[in-house]
Ligand binder design. Sequence first.
Ligand code: DLZ
Length: 224
Amino acid sequence: MAGKNQNLSAFASETPNGKDYTIAIVVAEWNDKITFALRDSTIDTLKKAGVLQQNIHVYQVPGSYELPYGAFTILQNFSLDAVICLGCVIQGETPHFDYICQAVSKGCMDVQLQLKCPVIFGVLTTLTMEQAEARAGGKYGNKGAEAAHSALKMIQLTHYCQEKGDRDPLLDTINGPLGSLLLQSAMVNDDEGDFDFDIDDADDESYFGKGKKVELNPKKKKKK
Ligand code: DLZ
């Protein structure tokens, strides 16, 4: 991957094949001369890596500030392998440069960790328009190409871990916050207004431990 002032379109490793992947691109319309150049390079790189045209979905949002919400909403409604966020924030033109940059980078990070899907930060944050142009197809390559490569690398990592990992995601879910919710739904409210668990002393093994089976949809306890 390119470092400072290196070519953003030159990668340290091979770009993974993307023929089975579905990817969304969210593009900010602010500084569209730059962001549309990033978009075109992203699409070009994805296609060269084998991603099918019909599996590349492009959405536009007004500015970079809207990128995290765009990614979040798209991920909540469509099955995707990754979302690539593209934007350009130029310090000279943006009095609240730091706020926007921080909000967008933190926002993209939050979305990917919360929704467990790679969200790529393809946002140029530069001092001048010239610096942006140099990274949107100019002498330092194109940040869009880098974003596409990053997306495919992260999808590859995700699939590798899902296939080879030895942890059961269902078990983790049940033992995590969902487990508490399920336990709450297993509680029954007796006629005195107290909550009680409906635990069967059955022998079978459940996610709640051997020998204790929790009825997840218990009938209300009858008063004796
Ligand atoms: C308002 C604003 C400014 C001043 N500068 C930029 C910029 O350089 N790059 C960019 O992507 N967006 C900019 N915006 C727009 C904000 O991202 C956002 O769209 C508006 O504040 C509306 O929420």
